[in-house]
Design a protein around this ligand. Structure first.
Ligand SMILES: [Zn+2]
Length: 435
C-alpha cells in the first residue's frame, strides 16, 4: 500500500530561529525552504500527488506563484521538488486535475490535451484522467427500477467516463510513457462498480476512485465490496483524497494499492484537538497565539476590552513557562495556570486545560524519534505560527506512515515497526471539507 502525499507547497524555513522567531535575511523561499521529504532521514510517504488545479490556482485556491508555476513546467517535477537530490528518495509523482478545486463548475475547466501536456511537461510517473466530482453519496438512488439519481450526478459520471476514454486513446496515440489511471465517480456502491467496469473495458489497469473525501469508512468499504464484484484481479485501485484510513488492511484486500490524504498534515493545525500523532493516540497542541497574529484578540484590544500590554506579557510568560516546563524547572499546574489566563484573553469562554494536562503529563515530543522532534524539542507541540504548525504536520506524516506500516505488517527502513499489529484508531474524525 503506497501513501501519496498531496502537494500544497507546504515547506518550512530551516533558517527560522524558534527562540527569537527571526529568519535569516538571506533566505530565498524557493531555494532554501524544505519539503517534508528533505527534512526526514527516513521516509514519511511513498510518493507525491501534484494537482493541476492547485498549480493553476483554479477558483483562488492556488498555492503557486506565477514564477513557481513556470519553473515547475520548465524544469519538471522531479527537479522542482528536489526528489533526486538523495539517491534513496526516488519517490514517484502522480498528477491529477484536483477536481475539488473546480467542483462548482458545470464542466472541468481543462481539455484532455491540456492535462496530458501538463503531465508530460512535469514528467510525472502516473497521470489521472480528467474527472468531475459527484458530491452526493446516496445509495438509495439505486432503486430496484430506474435510477433515481439526479441528472447532474449521472451527467458527471458519464462525462468522467467519456473524458477517461479520450484520455486513454490520446495517451496511446501519443505514445506517452507515464502510467494512466482512469477515474471512477459515483454516488453509491453500484454506480462506482459500473464506472470501474466501464474503465476496465476501455483498457485501464489502474483505476482511481474519486469523491471519497466525505465518505465514512463503512461507505468506502461498501463501494469497494461492490467494485470487487466486477474488478479483474489484475486491476489496481487508488483512493483519491481519503480522510479515513482506519481500515486500511481491508482496503488492501479489495485491491487498493495506493491512496492519498492530506489529513495527517492538516490536522496539526486545523483540528480542534487531534493535532499531534503518536503511534497509539493523538494529543492536543498547546495554543500560544501571537498577539499580533490573532484577529479575535486584536479586535478585543482595539475595542478596549483587553489591554495590549497585558496580552503581550501573558504571551511571553506562556512561552517562557513552556520552556521552563520542558527543562523540568516548573510544574504542570504553573504552566496550565498561565495558559488558562492567556486563553481567557484570546478565546473567552474556552478552556483547553484538561487536554493540555494530558499533553504536558505525557510530554510526547520527548519520545518521538523523528528528525523534527529531535531537532525542535517542545516547540513542535506549540500551536503557534506556520513554522511550528507545519513542522508538527510533517511529524504527523512521519508517524502516520509508520502506523500505516504497522497496521499492514510491512517494513519501514528494512525493519518491522512493531511485533504487535494494532488497528489504527478512528483517526480522521476531522472532515477535509471544512478546510
Ligand atoms: Zn516527531
Amino acid at each position: 500500500m503506497k501513501f501519496f502525499f498531496p502537494d500544497s507547497q507546504d515547506l518550512v524555513d530551516p533558517s527560522f530561529d524558534f527562540d527569537s522567531e527571526n529568519r535569516s535575511v538571506d533566505r530565498l523561499r524557493h531555494r532554501d525552504d524544505t519539503y517534508a521529504h528533505e527534512v526526514f532521514t527516513s521516509p514519511a510517504y511513498d510518493g507525491l500527488l501534484v494537482s493541476k488545479g492547485i498549480v493553476d490556482g483554479v477558483s483562488g485556491g492556488g498555492k503557486y506563484t506565477l514564477a513557481q508555476r513556470h519553473r515547475l513546467l520548465r524544469v519538471g517535477a522531479r527537479d522542482f521538488f528536489r526528489l533526486d537530490s538523495s539517491p534513496d528518495r526516488l519517490l514517484p509523482i502522480m498528477g491529477d486535475c484536483g477536481a475539488f478545486t473546480y467542483f462548482r463548475e458545470e464542466v472541468p475547466p481543462y481539455t484532455v490535451d491540456e492535462v496530458l501536456d501538463f503531465y508530460v511537461e512535469c514528467g510525472f510517473n502516473f497521470g489521472v484522467s480528467v474527472d468531475h466530482v459527484i458530491l452526493a453519496y446516496q445509495p438509495s438512488w439505486d432503486g430496484p427500477g430506474e435510477s433515481l439519481a439526479p441528472q447532474e450526478a449521472r451527467n458527471r459520471q458519464a462525462l468522467t467516463l467519456q473524458l477517461a476514454s479520450e484520455f486513454l486513446t490520446k495517451h496511446r496515440s501519443r505514445h506517452l510513457s507515464f502510467e494512466p489511471l482512469g477515474v471512477a465517480q459515483g454516488w453509491s456502491p453500484n454506480s462506482y462498480a459500473a464506472s470501474v467496469s466501464a474503465l476496465e473495458k476501455m483498457g485501464y489497469q489502474y483505476i482511481a476512485i474519486g469523491g471519497m473525501v466525505p465518505l465514512k469508512t463503512r461507505d468506502i468499504l461498501a463501494c469497494l465490496e461492490s467494485i470487487s464484484s466486477v474488478r479483474h484481479s489484475a486491476t489496481r485501485l487508488h483512493l483519491l483524497g481519503v480522510t479515513r484510513t482506519e481500515n486500511v488492511e481491508a482496503f488492501q484486500n479489495f485491491g487498493v494499492v495506493s491512496f492519498d490524504s492530506t489529513s495527517p498534515l492538516r490536522q496539526a493545525f486545523k483540528d480542534d484537538k487531534d493535532n499531534y500523532y503518536t503511534m497509539d493516540r493523538t494529543y492536543t497542541a498547546i495554543r500560544i497565539p501571537q498577539v499580533e497574529g490573532n484577529p479575535g484578540l486584536q479586535k478585543r484590544i482595539r475595542a478596549g476590552i483587553v489591554s495590549q500590554e497585558r496580552a503581550r506579557r501573558l504571551e511571553r510568560a506562556c512561552l517562557e513557562s513552556m520552556k521552563q516546563f520542558d527543562a523540568g524547572e516548573c510544574t504542570i499546574d504553573d504552566t496550565l495556570a498561565l495558559l488558562s489566563e492567556y486563553e481567557d484573553l484570546y478565546s473567552p469562554g474556552h478552556n483547553h486545560n484538561s487536554v493540555y494536562r494530558q499533553t504536558l503529563t505525557d510530554r510526547p515530543w520527548k519520545h518521538c524519534a523523528c528528525d523534527i522532534c529531535r531537532r525542535l524539542g517542545y516547540h513542535v507541540i506549540l500551536f503557534r505560527g506556520a513554522e511550528r504548525n507545519r513542522r508538527r504536520g510533517f511529524h504527523n506524516l512521519w508517524v502516520f506512515y509508520r502506523r500505516l506500516h504497522r497496521e499492514l505488517g510491512s517494513l519501514v527502513d528494512g525493519s518491522e515497526i512493531s511485533a504487535t499489529r494494532q488497528r489504527l484508531p478512528d483517526l480522521f474524525s476531522w472532515d477535509a471539507r471544512n478546510d
